[in-house]
Design a protein around this ligand. Structure first.
Ligand SMILES: NC(=O)c1ccc[n+]([C@@H]2O[C@H](COP(=O)([O-])OP(=O)(O)OC[C@H]3O[C@@H](n4cnc5c(N)ncnc54)[C@H](OP(=O)(O)O)[C@@H]3O)[C@@H](O)[C@H]2O)c1
Length: 304
């Protein structure tokens, strides 16, 4: 198939590009910068938030599938304001990309968000499934973040003539995701709550890419899929494991009040949020399973 990949230069975009090409797909890679080159693909230069520039960029092109992998997270989002651009990419960006999808004649559209869309609260020990409420506002500062996640899903599910599929990724690690953690650990700039914080479902970037290719092939229109590994883990444990693999000092343990003051968004994610997310639907319907089923194997892979 011919795939227009928006976000091809990002943390998930790069391994996804490799996975798509390995599976024999042709890729058109969207970027905002005209001097960016990626091996074996045609670059398409356009800004998703500039509708006219985007439609001009795809004029005359054709594709079977569009994949939305756009975020604005290269600066780690410590505050809610740091999430605003990513929220806009999920609301306005999705709307513009859907127009581009129509322009290129695509019949499938995959979008993505993250499992905290189930709510930045303590969900207890019951594994969350795709049947649980997603993107529901709860009268908190996190509402714009979850509402934007719901907005991207709703737009693709209801787009006329397009088969829309949504992926809800766990927190990314591995490859460039872990490089960022290790750099921050070495600099003593990766704080965690004193008690290790809440539990989170994670996914190695290589597994996230493989799941995305599977969803493109086998995903059912109008469906969302959790893309997480088998073993949720606390932030503290995940970052201690990274520190050990990288041979550097463990994360800085901070009292909750200090973390809330310095990085309110991170604090909500690490202290107030706790979730275990099920990947049963992706396993059954996409025929996908994580090659790295837990952080143990995933972080171990960083040693080699
Ligand atoms: N689930 C998760 O845990 C999760 C999700 C996403 C990211 N992250 C983390 O966040 C960090 C940074 O992510 P990242 O490396 O993917 O960088 P990023 O800055 O979030 O960029 C992601 C992609 O979006 C594209 N993009 C952004 N705005 C655009 C626009 N207006 N028009 C067209 N394209 C646009 C960028 O393309 P160009 O710059 O080439 O134009 C890039 O390919 C990584 O450490 C990653 O692990 C985590």
């Amino acid at each position: 198939m011919k795939v227009l990949l928006a976000g091809a230069t990002g943390a998930i975009g790069r391994p996804l590009l490799t996975a798509l090409r390995t599976a024999g797909h042709e890729v058109l890679a969207l970027t905002r910068t005209s001097d960016t080159r990626l091996p074996g693909v045609r670059m398409v230069v356009g800004d998703v938030l500039d509708r006219r520039s985007l439609l001009r960029a795809v004029d005359g092109l054709s594709a079977d599938v569009v994949i939305h992998q756009l975020t604005a997270l290269s600066k780690a989002p410590a505050t809610y304001a740091d999430m605003e651009m990513t929220n806009t990419l999920r609301t306005t960006g999705t709307a513009h990309l859907l127009e581009a999808a129509r322009a290129v004649g695509a019949r499938r559209f995959l979008t993505q968000s993250m499992v905290p869309g189930y709510g930045f609260v303590d969900h207890g020990t019951r594994p969350l499934t795709e049947a649980d409420p997603f993107g529901r506002p709860r009268g908190s500062k996190a509402d714009p973040v979850v509402e934007a996640m719901r907005a991207t899903e709703q737009q693709v599910f209801t787009a006329d003539g397009i088969e829309g599929i949504a992926l809800r990724y766990g927190a990314f690690y591995g490859l460039t995701g872990s490089e960022g953690f290790v750099t921050a650990l070495r600099a003593g700039k990766l704080p965690v709550p004193r008690d290790g914080g809440g539990t989170m479902s994670w996914i190695h970037l290589a597994d996230a890419a493989a799941a995305t290719v599977a969803a493109m092939d086998k995903g059912v229109a109008g469906q969302a899929y959790n893309i997480v590994d088998d073993e949720p883990v606390t932030w503290g444990q995940m970052f201690r494991e990274h520190a050990s693999a990288a041979g550097t000092k463990p994360p800085r343990r901070l009292p909750g009040w200090m973390l809330r003051l310095a990085a309110p968004y991170f604090a909500t994610l690490m202290i107030d949020t706790s979730m275990r997310v099920s990947n049963a639907k992706a396993r059954t319907e996409l025929g996908w399973a994580p090659a790295l089923p837990s952080y143990r194997e995933g972080v171990e892979a960083l040693r080699s």
